[in-house]
Ligand binder design. Structure first.
Ligand SMILES: C[S@@+](CC[C@H](N)C(=O)[O-])C[C@H]1O[C@@H](n2cnc3c(N)ncnc32)[C@H](O)[C@@H]1O
Length: 353
């Protein structure tokens, strides 16, 4: 997913830098501002037990799939409804179930009624986040997944696999420039294509992992690990507003929505890491409460905290250092009148005493 602050293209830099600092006896990697799960996924593949967390529910869903799920999905109960599954190799069952969902007939549900042109044309705000067909298809798939879990035709591993597949897929057909803070006036080419549900990647391995959906400053008091990787928001832009539609599709909780973009209430998901006034105190609280051997922090030179702020706080725990790398801007930020089109990406670290 094209996500603000995604570290997908910085994974090698992170790995090489982290490897220069940590000892060989590290087994638990904590990715507690996990977003898309790209960093945790990478370190899961390297053999770590991963603890992932994010305050957004869509991110929790993605991490339940990419991090939490580590055994094959057999869809054994669904055989009652779709007997053909029995004759399909276990590895191929995920594709079969996604294909079945892709072929459902669309229904006029919450997404269609509130975020598509057909469903909103008589309303105060006409919205064009998805084509009518894709909005209806999304509603049909989401409703079916919920019915299956309610009727115990799938287990929770299968549930999160299907939800993650839907979130990743629907994002590819959204009629936006990149985030959900606005939609385009006309349906762009990719938004005109019909949804095909693509199975999310499943990484099978032996470790049990942990995935949470909490405020990091609460969770930090309850977990222990070896390496803590922190990738907080860098600026004032709240993820809850930029990805509100993914949150609603993941939760499918018929929220009250308002305004031109159909925003849901996000009072209890407002991040203090997006507040100039609150970020330093929250960061200090986080760093001082962490029960780990090493802490790494991704941040850039334009973030709300200065390099000096970060050094001062991280040094409270031990020997501080940093790595740095020039980096291109996030796609949606390119036109925002920034003077430089590259930023400097830092990886700060502290070896805890
Ligand atoms: C820069 S993004 C992380 C990107 C991630 N490393 C990736 O590669 O996809 C920051 C994430 O922190 C989450 N977040 C913000 N405040 C949080 C908080 N107080 N507790 C937990 N997660 C938070 C946001 O929802 C967002 O997903």
């Amino acid at each position: 997913m094209n996500y603000i602050g995604s570290k997908l293209s910085l994974l090698k830099f992170l790995e090489e830098s982290i490897d220069k600092v940590v000892d060989k006896n590290c087994h638990i990697f904590c990715d507690l501002f996990a977003g898309t799960g790209a960093v945790g996924t990478y370190f899961k593949k390297k053999g770590y037990k991963v603890i992932a967390n994010d305050i957004q529910y869509y991110s929790f869903v993605l991490n339940k799939q990419y991090i939490g799920n580590h055994k094959q999905l057999k869809f054994e109960e669904l055989i009652k409804l779709l007997p053909e599954i029995k004759n399909i190799k276990i590895d191929d069952r995920k594709n079969f179930v996604c294909e079945f969902l892709s072929n459902l007939r669309g229904v006029k549900g919450f997404v269609y009624k509130n975020y598509c042109q057909g469903g909103t044309k008589e309303k105060e705000f006409e919205r064009l986040y998805f084509s009518d067909d894709n909005g209806k298809k999304c509603d049909a798939i989401r409703t079916q997944i919920e019915e299956w879990i309610k009727n115990k035709l799938i287990n929770y591993d299968e549930y999160y696999f299907l939800l993650a597949s839907l979130i990743e897929t629907i994002d590819k057909y959204a009629n936006t420039a990149s985030v959900y803070g606005a939609y385009l006036k006309k349906l762009k080419k990719t938004a005109q294509k019909n949804i095909v549900l693509k199975p999310a990647e499943l990484i099978v391995n032996d470790n049990d992992h942990e995935v949470y959906n909490e405020d990091i400053n609460q969770l930090i008091k309850e977990i222990k690990g070896d390496i803590l990787y922190l990738d907080p928001p860098y600026n004032q832009r709240q993820y809850a507003t930029n990805y509100h539609l993914l949150e609603t599709i993941a939760k499918y909780d018929n929220p009250k929505i308002h305004g031109k973009t159909g925003l849901r209430n996000y009072e209890n998901q407002k991040s203090v890491y997006c507040s100039r006034a609150k970020v330093k105190a929250a960061f200090k609280n986080l760093i001082t409460n962490a029960k780990v051997k090493y802490i790494f922090l991704s941040y850039n030179n334009e973030g709300l905290m200065t390099v000096g702020d970060i050094k001062e706080t991280m040094s409270l725990r031990g020997k501080y250092g940093y790595f740095m790398k020039a980096y291109g801007r996030f796609k949606a930020d390119k036109n925002r009148n920034y003077s430089a089109d590259r930023t400097t990406e830092y990886l700060h670290y502290v070896i805890c005493d």
